[in-house]
Design a protein around this ligand. Sequence first.
Ligand SMILES: Cc1cc2nc3c(=O)[nH]c(=O)nc-3n(C[C@H](O)[C@H](O)[C@H](O)COP(=O)(O)OP(=O)(O)OC[C@H]3O[C@@H](n4cnc5c(N)ncnc54)[C@H](O)[C@@H]3O)c2cc1C
Length: 506
Amino acid sequence: MPKDAPPTKKIKKANPEISSAKTSNFLDDVAAERKKTATSVMEFKFNKKRVRVLSKTSEVPEWADGVIYWTFRDERIHDNWALLYAQKLAIKNKVSLHITFCRLTKFLDCSLRHYKHIFQGLEELENECKTLNIQFHFLIGSAAEILPDFVKKHKLGAVVVDFMPVREHMLWTQQLADSIGSEIPVVQVDAHNIVPCWVASDKLEYAARTIRNKINKNLPEFLTEFPPVIKHPFSGKLKTQPTNWNDADKTLQVDRSVLPVPGLKAGFKAGMNELDNFLKKRLSKYSTDRNNPVKDGLSNLSPWLHFGQISAQRCILEVSKFSKMYPESVLAYREETIVRRELSDNFCFYNPKYDSIEGAPNWAQVTLNDHRKDKRKFVYTREELEKSRTYDDLWNSAQIQLVKDGKMHGFLRMYWAKKILEWTDTPERALADAIYLNDKYSMDGRDPSGFVGCMWSICGVHDQGWREREIFGKIRFMNYDGCKRKFDINAFIARYGGMVHKYTKK
Ligand SMILES: Cc1cc2nc3c(=O)[nH]c(=O)nc-3n(C[C@H](O)[C@H](O)[C@H](O)COP(=O)(O)OP(=O)(O)OC[C@H]3O[C@@H](n4cnc5c(N)ncnc54)[C@H](O)[C@@H]3O)c2cc1C
């Protein structure tokens, strides 16, 4: 944030006593729904289409003393198909149940802000594991490197992994399966999408319109209530070693200058609290307010959804209860959270170049190339962009929001990324800068929806060609005046304090 920016308005703090009482009612109601569905996952017809066997064997060996769930993307106990599947395997084989989180030294542009959020959520998870007789293990290192020895040493007879279609996680998962998969099962469960990514479609989709029906026709089968995770009835030799959370960030090689967002609480309970707030306060006007950055009209759930601290399926189940009361808002929320979100996973899963111009549709690559040499009136360095030092006070305000709040309003995200295309010397640099800033500061960064958001804005992914113009070619254009017509930009600028900075010619 530039030093000359005025302070943003203070956020009114909720009365913690009132808000925790409200959340616990909501949490109790949700827990009651799960219990009504089944007493445990053993009495529940688990849909096997959620599961992919990555190993050669699918049999848990007789010598097994436990089953382990390696959590990467879905860091929660409740409403988690991967953990439920692990519990089912463990009970069926009468063995103990374990969860591990393998902390890397560095992951993409994850900064201290993100790791602190992860740790806070995991601490809550670890505490709940104690009451459920599930052993939690906080390990340091890449799962592909450290899990094979850990699993062998402790006679764990199956590894369940969740699903994240970014190349790093897909590679580690495959490496893990290659190294231990002839002895024990390594199975992947899509716990993030409602319709498992590989069921929704077996190919790269062009746009929302081509995947919408494929997803919708599968919803009756997959959009079900969850059974509860129960107190695990079997114990084994391997016991949890309590994690020293004060030391959890030691040896991390991340940007420590990006600090946690003040007031943003991590974990399942905080995420469910935000869902409860959304249902009670914002859902009614979601269809009309969500594209207005000066109204608090969004669900605001993506920091918890991204880290899997709450489940998108749970959000949809709860939001859908208001279908009769607020039909348009429920429809709009379902379109964003089901179709758009799951389309992003489809893109990254089936397109290995999901974060490069080469991954864009052909028409977009051609048009960007045709305009590669167009004269740019303004060219900004990454540092100028990062420090909100452009001539555009609205853009600077959006960038300040990103840095300060760890979030940028969804509408402004599009404008923000498109301006980066206009202000950098090549589309490649524009894409790299947008992904870098998004991943470094946004709580929900490093997500398939983030790669797709940047690719949509800068290189036409899931979009169509528009009237041709300078620099953009046929890529959809957005400008300051368009924003002025859409919302009160002065109110937004006043809130975040972006300045107009004099342009320095390069
Ligand atoms: C340049 C750019 C970068 C983006 N980066 C990210 C990112 O890093 N991580 C991320 O999760 N989303 C990203 N998005 C998509 C979208 O902006 C966010 O999902 C949304 O702003 C999150 O805020 P919210 O939870 O209040 O969502 P709401 O606007 O209330 O939407 C509800 C939910 O629907 C989903 N959703 C909404 N819009 C989209 C979309 N366009 N694509 C996919 N899913 C969507 C999200 O899961 C979201 O939580 C990006 C979009 C753009 C244009």
